[in-house]
Design a protein around this ligand. Structure first.
Ligand SMILES: Nc1ncnc2c1ncn2[C@@H]1O[C@H](COP(=O)(O)OP(=O)(O)OP(=O)(O)O)[C@@H](O)[C@H]1O
Length: 522
């Protein structure tokens, strides 16, 4: 191969890698990556098709050179696309028009194009948690007919590109699964896109563990079965109780909440069951309890382990007989209420110590759902962080678009003992103090950077941490300024001498960043 050609391949690859590095929104960053590659390599079309594991079909998620969404899908093994996915091996079609394997199902190529184009299709794979290579999808390109040798080189180039985008493709595949989940949660029937559903349900559930939880929620929502949500504080129990209610036929009726730990036992009973005038000192009028208020709907009892023995007996009666009595009244009132309880305590231990009634436990534990702590479902951390970033940026009218890569590393390594609530608070604080277009490590609380709090043991000294920040700022500026150090100095409001010194100190190569300017569209 000519040196010039080789250089061109490398430069295009370098451009694409840099393109992916700053965490701009996934779909649009991959979209522009396809466009950039196709233009640089003179490909007529490019496509990334992803396997939808649930439906077992291959869908075209991103395309370049094709107007509108591609409706056609492939089954594994079907056509070139399906065969590449199935076998995990690339296929080169030298002439589209002369090869039976080529179905031309998706892009509607003309006869003229079929006569003039070659097709290269390579697998996008990753090593899964069991160490097995699995196919996520395929990357393909339509390329003006070339000699077999040249096509081989393009194929090798596309295989490297496929490896580069594997992580992003895995995210897209997970998003796909979530989209379906939303549609099925569906807020009954209508299919929703992820954003609409998120606004309605406000639940991010990318990990397999959370997808399982959401599946259980869908399973139980339509029944009247009592649900017991179990999980550490801040894992989202209340949010899920809301989701069960919203996905049930009771959604037009009230969802009433009561935190059993928030009130002393005397008040708690009157809150739950209501009271008549004069039932106790201070009961100047009669009042409906939460049970009555929830009639036809759902009652969510948080921290159920905190109920007093008296309240437990009354609750049991209400559940067994479907009626309650207000405090100070003999009259029974019929109530039709679905109960969802939540606890972070092991109720079984409270039963052993005589603090919780076993018969009540069986009543409320008809359908237990365990919500794993955030540290056991790390795939949810980044989508949650992005969701909270978007939410708080809007709330505080800040123009923050993304989270820098080093900050993502810190977020995903941290142990999150306060679970999603702690992550939410962390992002809210970061958005408040951030005046840039990205959340960076120094916008995150220092607790995220200590070894005890993180899943890794790479504790940084003060000097190392400062160095890391400096490097991060420099790399971002070099990327922005296409490696031009004078411009970097201006951008960072520092002298050229200092920038030159720091760049040498951190062993950065400004030339590495000027390729981007060349390969990018003007
Ligand atoms: N999967 C999720 N997607 C989006 N937001 C979430 C998710 N899980 C939790 N949150 C948010 O995290 C915060 C804490 O959640 P929530 O109050 O439901 O937790 P909890 O388990 O009921 O906590 P506690 O036991 O302390 O009452 C809320 O602001 C909630 O909206």
């Amino acid at each position: 191969m000519m040196t010039a050609e080789f250089l061109h391949y490398l430069q295009t690859l370098q451009g694409t890698v840099q393109h992916l590095d700053p965490m701009s929104p996934l779909q649009s960053s991959l979209d522009s990556l396809l466009a950039m590659t196709a233009e640089a390599m003179k490909y007529k079309r490019m496509a990334l098709a992803i396997l939808d594991p649930k439906a077992n079909t291959i869908r075209f998620d991103l395309t370049y050179g094709h107007k509108g969404p591609v409706k056609a899908t492939y089954l594994p093994g079907q056509g070139v696309t399906g065969q590449v996915l199935d076998s995990g091996k690339s296929i080169i079609i030298e002439a589209m028009g002369n090869d039976e394997r080529f179905l031309n199902k998706a892009m509607g190529r003309t006869q003229k194009e079929l006569a003039e184009l070659s097709f290269i299709c390579v697998p996008v794979t990753r090593i899964n948690s069991e160490g097995i290579q699995e196919a996520l999808g395929v990357l393909s390109a339509d390329i003006p007919c070339q000699t077999p040798e040249v096509l081989q080189v393009h194929c090798a180039f596309l295989e490297v590109l496929a490896a580069v985008i594997a992580r992003q493709t895995a995210y897209l595949q997970e998003n796909m699964a979530q989209k379906e989940l939303w549609a099925s949660m569906g807020f009954l029937g209508e299919s929703l896109d992820r954003d609409t559903a998120m606004v309605q349900a406000k639940i991010v559930a990318t990990s397999k563990a959370m997808a399982f939880v959401m599946g259980q929620i869908m399973q139980v929502a339509s029944s009247k079965a009592s649900v017991l949500l179990r999980g550490e504080s801040g894992t989202g129990k209340e949010l899920l109780a809301e989701a069960i209610h919203n996905a049930s036929s009771r959604r037009t009726k009230p969802l009433i909440r009561l935190n059993c730990a928030a009130l002393p036992s005397e008040l708690l009973e009157s809150e739950l069951f209501g009271h008549e005038r004069g039932a106790f000192t201070g009961a100047v009028g009669s009042k409906k309890g939460r049970f009555e208020l929830a009639h036809g709907g759902t009652l969510f009892l948080d921290e159920i382990g905190e109920l007093s023995p008296e309240a437990q007996s009354k609750l049991l009666r209400a559940l067994q007989e479907g009626e309650i009595q207000r405090l100070g009244s003999e009259k029974s009132i019929k109530v039709d209420v679905r109960i969802i309880c939540a606890t972070h305590q092991p109720l079984e231990n409270l039963i052993k110590s005589g603090e919780f009634r076993e018969d009540l436990y069986y009543r409320i534990n008809v359908f237990p759902i365990f919500i794993p702590p955030l540290r056991e479902r790390r795939e949810d951390i980044l989508p949650l962080a992005e969701y909270f970033l978007e939410f708080f940026a809007k709330e505080y009218s800040k123009n923050i678009k993304r989270i820098s890569m080093p900050a993502i590393d810190l977020l995903t390594q941290y142990q999150w003992h306060g679970n999603v609530r702690e992550l939410r608070n962390c992002l809210e604080r970061a958005v408040l103090i951030c005046n840039e277009e990205a959340i960076r490590t120094y916008h995150l609380p220092p607790t995220l950077q200590t070894a005890e709090s993180s899943a890794t043991d790479n504790q940084l000294s003060f000097g190392e941490a400062v160095g890391k920040f400096e490097q991060e700022i420099l790399v971002e500026a070099l990327q922005k300024c296409g490696g031009n150090m004078l411009q970097v100095a201006r951008e960072l409001r520092a002298s050229y001498r200092i920038i030159n010194y720091k760049i040498k100190k951190y062993n950065l190569d400004p030339k590495k960043y000027d390729g981007r300017g060349k390969t990018r569209k003007p």
